[in-house]
Every structure is written in structure tokens, then in C-alpha cells.
Design a binder for this molecule. Sequence first.
Ligand SMILES: [Zn+2]
Length: 416
Amino acid sequence: MPSDVLERFLKYVTIHTTSKEDEETIPSTKRQFDLANILVQELKELGIVDTIVSDECYVIATLPSNLTPEITKTVPVVCFFAHMDTSPEEAGDKVKPQIVNNYQGGDIQLPGNLDIVISPKDTPALLKFVGSDIVTSDGTTLLGGDNKAGVAAIMAALTKLKADPKLKHGTIKIVFTPDEEVGRGVDGLDVESLKADFGYTIDGDEMGVLESETFNAAGGDIQITGFNCHPGYAKGKMINAIRILADIIQNFPIDESPETTEKKKGYYHPYESSASVNEAKLKFIIRDFDFEQLRQKIRNVEEFTNHIQEKYPYSKINLTIKESYKNMKYKIDEVPEVMMNAEEAIKRTGIPVIKKAIRGGTDGARLSYRGLPTPNIFSGAMNFHSKKEFVPVVALEKSVETIINLVQIYVERASE
Ligand SMILES: [Zn+2]
């Protein structure tokens, strides 16, 4: 199934769309409109007339059903999401994509930076793509496969669906979002107005990946008030907040930290602190795939903090913890067809389904709790947020095929 997905991808990655942390506005950077406006133009050229870009840089489009009105009513409205911004963690301007034709294994040297090598040693999955063409950056920037691979896959799928009336589909909604990388990708979106039943983000990594789980998340801070005085005459008087802080940090278990856990194991993560004798502060996050376990971890922090408060009765220790997002699995499991249909769509492309849990939050998690169950499907891009990012062309093509299969499966299942 040849498609124009590669051509689109190579075009989108050259448009600078890096987002920015700690901005009040959506989008966080005006330059994201550069890609949004191109997409609107391309959608209109495709004949998708119901297309807008909002003031907050959301591109929203509708591909009308090509079924009879009666059947259309029975087919769920599916919405595909991809984000236009790239991560502020790595340079995203003047991306110069390179194509390694017919990759034969071994290291991939990047011409713009000879110190950077994409190697099967640190990325074993690379060897699955021997014989495929692989797109990389020149080593001076990220590639932007996260998530322009998803944008390109959706656009290429729409092109095919529009061109071939034999491909039956219900009403399809498309949303390209800004600012996913700074955690605000759906903040400015009116989810209800989409009138969609189910969503899919095309923002997963390796070919075949399907994800319906994210962490449950909480975050908090601890403030410790000490008492300073002349250290030569401090006996029985001084209360050193630095020592109290050290005691507290000891209690965050090292075998449940980001640096010692993977896959489905949760963690505690103290990530920022400042301290003097008078005052100390600590910020931390807690993550767990199981909600009860998250609650238990929160109780543990409360308990050891209380315990330390008792040990230092003349200091004041203030603890605040807030839950931030929840595992989308609880919402997605309520509608099993969302995952069943996606699994079937991937299988029909002839590749194995890789079910994974996301060790982070996603737009899908937020959408799922705002009423739109939204798992995550692969786009084929790998080594996100890095100069070593790459996209095998075959993976991009399989992503397009998956989208096309998926919309047809919804039609088949509706008529069963
Ligand atoms: Zn992404």
C-alpha cells in the first residue's frame, strides 16, 4: 500500500514547532501556527471543507461518513489526535532529515555530528528494521518524529480514505493539538463539541505498539522550618532544617525510584530541594499503575513525615500532596471495543501487537477522564526527545494502514 506519508513527514519535520515550558498562553509558541496553517490548507485541498484552526492553535477537521445516513447513525464517531509541537528538551529548528536507504544493521552515523551514533547496542529494536529505509536527523537537532510521524500518518490515511470510495468509514474527526510536550495539549480543547465516541492518539513509539495504561500520579511538597542561631552557642537551641530534610529524604525508598524501576513498577521521586538552617523545601512526585498502591504510597509519605515531626518537635514540617492524573485504563476498560478494534486493526497489517504501559501522562489520559476514551497507537517514531530519534519508513506506512483498517472495522462491527 504505497502512500504519500513519507513525503508529508519530510515536509512537516522541517517546520519549527518547538513548544515552551511555563508559558501562560496556548499555544506556548506562536510558531506552532506555521504547521497548523499548512495542515488546514492541505486538508482543504483534500476537499475536507469542515476544517478550522482555533485561536489556541487546535486544527479540527471532519471527514464525513461515506455510508448511508441510516448506517452512519450506527457507526461510532472516531477521533484521531496527533500533536504538532516538538519537545523543548532538544533543538527543533532547521531539522535536516536524512534517509538511510535499505538499512543493513550496524551503527547509523549522523553527518552533522560525528559524536552521535544510533546503534543497536542502545536501541536493539533497530535490528527489526533491517531492509527498511530509516529517517534520522543530521544529528544537530531532534527529528520531530514525535509527533509529526503521527500527523503525517493521519494526513496520509485521510488522503487514501478520501480517494477510495471502497474504503467504508463513519464520521471521522481529526484534531491536531499544540503544546502536548509541555503537558497542556488538551487544556484549550472543547472535548464535548467534537461529539466523538472514541479517540486514538497516534503518538506511540515502536511499530505495533498499543497503549491503554498510564500511571496514576500525585505530587507534593514538604516545607521544614528550623531555627538558626550562632553555631558556637547553639546547644539545645538550634534546629537545623537541613538535617531534618536529610532524614526525610532517607525515607523515600531507593528501590522504588525512577532510577531503579521499569515496566509496571511505580516509584517515589524527590526531584527538587533547597535548604538552609532556617528553612528547607522538597518537591516530589509519586507514580503507580495501581490506584490503591498510589494511595498507599501517599499514606507512607504522610506517615514518615509525621514520624519525623515527632522526632523534631520544635521544628515545623508542612506536607501537601495532590493527585494529578489517573491511569486511563480504568476509563478505557469500560468500553472494551476501543482496544479490541485497535488490536485487530494492527494485526490486519501483518505485524504483532505490542501492548505496553506508558510510564508517564498523555493527552489520551486527560481526554479519557474528560469523557473520550483514548488509547495510544504507534506512529513508528523512536528515541523521542533526542538527536538519536529515528523513524523506519515501514513503521510509518503500517501506522497509516492501521488507521485505515480501524475505521473500516468500526463499520464492520456496527453492521454485525
Ligand atoms: Zn508525543
